[in-house]
Structures are given as C-alpha cells and as structure tokens.
Design a protein. Structure first.
Length: 181
C-alpha cells in the first residue's frame, strides 16, 4: 500500500491560492456553445467580406452603368428578295424524308437560281427550314431562295461560309409538311 509521509510545509497551501499546477491558472468555467458561436460568427464575417470583395472586383456591388432599354421607332430594314444565279445554292436535307433535297433543288433551279450541292445535313431532326447566307450583300438572294421554297426564316451564318457555301438552304420538318400531297 501507499506509505504515509509526514506533513511538511509544502502540504500547507494558503486558501487564497487556487492553483492547479505549478504553471497553470485556474480553469474558467464557460459554455461550450460560446466557442462554437464565435466560430460561426467569424466564418460569417469572413464569408461576407469575401463575397463583397468578389462583387466589387466584378463591378456588381456598385454598378455605375445600368443599361436602359431604348425604344426605337425605326423598322428593321430587310433586303428585297432577288434572284442571283451567280451564287450557287447548297440544299441540305435535315429530315428523314428521302429525296427532299433533290425535289427542293428542282424548285430552286426553276426559280432561276444555280444549285450547287444537294446532300443530307449532319442532323436529321431539324424542325424549321432556314436559308443561311454568308455575307451581308447576299441577304436579298437568301430571301429570294426562301421565297422560292416557301419559308421566311433567313439568317446570316459564318459557319457555312467557312466551307465555301455562301447560300445554304437547310430543310426542316416544316418543309416536309408543306410539300406533302
């Protein structure tokens, strides 16, 4: 068993001194939630400053130029439909209907245009027939092709112009319905 030693001066601790160890102050009682609350508060403050900094860098916090929509009374000028036999028209079938490009190419040729290539488009589920033109000055010819095949969708596109086709008619499902007997 443990031996009992006689009491000496080191066993006598004054009542005013509440030391636990030689270098430790007494433990203060505080709630465990206080530390958690401070951590949540600090995280929220840092996140707020971070968001404000990002928004300020993106000029979203204090936008200086707010765009205002402007109403114009001018109508959009579109080119008149013309026939330009010097520009070949490429006809692409964007449907599953067999022979649609060839039949439409015949209609385009009868309208006075030169048909260059007839082929299937890379997709066969196109819904709307569109005539694409590669340069601004070909808008009238594109509208002439659109008028000849019975559509009004005409768009400028550099995608087909990069392949060398300045006028491209991409036939969609609406064209199949229009040509059905």
């Amino acid at each position: 068993m443990a031996e009992k030693y006689p009491r000496d001066r080191f066993d006598e601790i004054p009542d005013a001194m509440h030391r636990v160890g030689a270098h430790r102050a007494p433990v203060r009682r505080r709630s465990a939630w206080a530390g958690f609350a401070w951590a949540v508060f600090a995280t929220a403050v840092l996140a707020g400053f971070g968001i404000a900094a990002v928004m300020a860098l993106d000029d979203r916090l204090f936008p200086s130029d707010v765009p205002v929509p402007v109403q114009t009374t001018e109508a959009v000028v579109t080119a008149e439909p013309t026939v330009d036999p010097s520009v070949p028209v490429t006809v692409l079938n964007g449907t599953t209907e067999s022979g649609l490009a060839a039949a439409t190419a015949q209609v385009i040729a009868e309208a006075g245009f030169t048909v260059g290539v007839t082929a299937n488009a890379s997709e066969n589920d196109i819904q709307t027939t569109v005539v694409y033109y590669g340069r601004e000055e070909l808008e009238g010819a594109a509208r002439g092709v659109a008028q000849a095949i019975g559509t009004s969708e005409v768009r400028i596109s550099e995608e087909f112009a990069a392949t060398g086709a300045d006028l491209v008619a991409v036939l969609g499902a609406d064209h199949v319905e229009d040509t059905a007997p």
